[in-house]
Design a protein around this ligand. Structure first.
Ligand SMILES: [Zn+2]
Length: 261
């Protein structure tokens, strides 16, 4: 019998693993978010210190989404030569003890971050050894330098060990109402949407989008249209969108809540 030829990987007993995403996966791929304030604090600490510096952070987990909510420093000893920093273990124990005494949740300390100052960002053998010694369900590790470069990894230890290099997504807090109103006013002043209706060309103030801003998840609860849109006649019939000046004849208000045209 003629034997089917195997490729090299099959001969070696190696299966090419493939990450399944989108509709192929019943569970979404893990994502790591960080609050705007937390990433700004890390960046500030990294900028302020000429040498390697490290810290910890709290992480909230929601399914496969991990959100770094806050970061902080513990007493530590850094070094003028090389990239090495040592956390004071007594200070760390004291911090955890006081956290628990104040009804804090020490199990949420799942971020360890450090700086490589002016060096490139990578996880050194020492970093990887540290990560391997964690006793948690998961741990997020972040290394950043003064150029703003970073590498972030998520290590899962239960139900099995898995290490993933992940992008860090900044979570923008809900926008203050006054801030949104200010942007909305500037947009209304400067932006018009050209729309042909029954052979005439109208402009209107754009709808406030329900979608995400800049691809970053934001709470848009406060970002809603405050009223009906103004619709203005832009041009004479059959004038194309690319033509000439907008001729504003009269503003008109639409009734009802549906602003779609
Ligand atoms: Zn390192």
């Amino acid at each position: 019998m003629k034997k089917k030829k195997k490729n090299g990987n099959e001969d070696a007993g190696i299966v090419n693993l493939k990450v399944l995403g989108g509709s192929q996966a019943p569970f979404p791929l893990p994502r790591v978010f960080i609050s705007q304030e937390a990433i700004q604090r890390i960046k500030c600490f990294v900028d302020l210190c000429e040498y390697e510096i490290n810290g910890f952070g709290f992480v909230e987990r929601n399914g496969n989404d991990f959100v770094i909510t806050d970061v902080f420093l513990i007493k530590q000893y850094t070094c003028t030569s090389g990239v090495h920093v040592e956390t004071d273990s007594r200070a760390l124990n004291k911090f955890v003890r006081e956290l628990v005494q104040n009804n804090g949740d020490a199990s949420k300390m799942r971020l360890q971050w450090h700086s490589h100052a002016w060096s490139s960002v990578f996880f050194s053998d020492e970093d990887v050894e540290t990560i391997g010694n964690y006793m948690n369900d998961f741990m997020i590790s972040l290394v950043m330098n003064k150029y703003g470069e970073y590498r972030c990894r998520l290590d899962l230890f239960k139900p099995f060990n898995l290490s993933l290099e992940v992008p860090l997504l900044v979570y923008i807090n809900p926008l203050p109402d006054a801030f949104v109103r200010c942007c909305e006013e500037e947009m209304k002043q400067n932006v018009r949407v050209k729309t042909p209706i029954l052979g005439k060309l109208f402009t209107r103030v754009p709808k406030i989008s329900d979608d995400t801003l800049c691809g970053i998840p934001v709470d848009l609860a406060d970002v809603k249209a405050s009223g009906p849109e103004e619709i203005e006649l832009l041009s004479q019939p059959n004038q194309s969108c690319a033509d000439g000046t907008a001729v504003e004849i009269k503003p008109a208000r639409r009734e009802g809540g549906d602003n779609g045209l």
